[in-house]
Design a protein around this ligand. Structure first.
Ligand code: ADP
Ligand code: MG
Length: 264
């Protein structure tokens, strides 16, 4: 398998009024085509910053990111993004939301209709095609957001805590659907989460990040067969291993905040 994403020596600094935040430091990551990668770590460790850099929304301060053979300089149709907050157009129906990107691309209407119908079916949205986002549950809205990215057929899907706002049952259903879609369509997925269980449930590979500066603390392959059962001993052993790593970073986070509190 060829490297589809090559991240080399990436640093990202944010200048605020009184200080400079090192959000990412010396990130190196090679992601082969078709891999399902979870970026895991406590809040504030730079997961979104890294994902946004790959997406091309906010470029690194230094270092390089190559996706599909080209240096990332801007967002592109080869990299689709799904956010936690459903970025849907409230004034468009479900099917219009999914079709939007295809219309922009100038695809002909017969082809759009075919592709949209297929996606509606794939995500169990066929009965909801004429509804507006406000008339959908959170889980359904997030299905539409996924369908919308899938419509563009990007080889790379970037997902920033996409299921973070959903209840446990809806979340598990969407995780299973995402796994099914991923194995069917062979996308490369980079999925940000702060849930250890979600990372082990989904990923081929879990990349744990440190808290400030964001660096790679652990790069772990998950070899369990899917669909995975969180009640097994193997699953729980991984959960323990990753919990310890994440907890160390959470403590650094709390310590950091306490120190700031003492200074202010
Ligand atoms: P995560 O997604 O892991 O919660 P982020 O990538 O959002 O973390 O943030 C990493 C760090 O960078 C945090 O300390 C955050 O406060 C800081 N940060 C993120 N975006 C900005 C910005 N636009 N300006 C200043 N600081 C930022
Ligand atoms: Mg984030």
């Amino acid at each position: 398998m060829s490297a589809q994403i090559q991240i080399s020596g990436v640093n990202k600094l944010f200048a605020t009024a009184d200080k400079e935040i090192v959000a990412l430091r010396d990130i190196h990551l090679t992601i082969p085509e078709g891999q399902f990668v979870c970026l895991l770590g406590p809040s504030g460790c730079g997961k979104s910053t890294l994902l946004n850099a790959i997406a091309g929304f906010a470029l690194p301060t230094s270092g390089s990111i190559i996706a599909n053979g080209d240096e990332v300089k801007a967002p592109g149709p080869d990299r689709g993004m799904v956010f936690q907050e459903y970025a849907l157009f409230p004034w468009m129906t479900v099917e219009k939301n999914i079709a939007f990107g295809l219309e922009i691309k100038g695809m002909n209407s017969t082809e759009i209709e075919q592709r949209v119908s297929h996606l509606l079916q794939m995500l169990g949205l066929s009965d909801f095609r004429q509804r507006y986002p406000k008339d959908l549950s959170g889980g359904m809205r997030q299905r539409v957001a996924i369908a919308r990215v899938l419509a563009l057929d990007s080889p790379i899907m970037l997902m920033d805590e996409p299921f973070g706002a959903l209840d446990a049952l809806t979340r598990r259903n969407l995780q299973d659907e995402l796994l099914r879609i991923w194995s069917e369509l062979k996308k490369t997925i980079i999925f940000v989460t702060h849930s250890i269980e979600e990372a082990i449930y989904l990923a081929d590979r879990v990349v744990v990040m440190t808290y400030r500066p964001g660096t790679i603390k652990k790069d772990l392959m998950i070899d369990l067969p899917r669909l995975r059962d969180p009640s097994t001993a193997e699953f729980n052993a991984l959960k323990r291993e990753l919990s310890l790593l994440v907890m160390e970073e959470q403590q650094r986070h709390h310590h950091h905040e306490m120190m700031l509190g003492a200074v202010d």
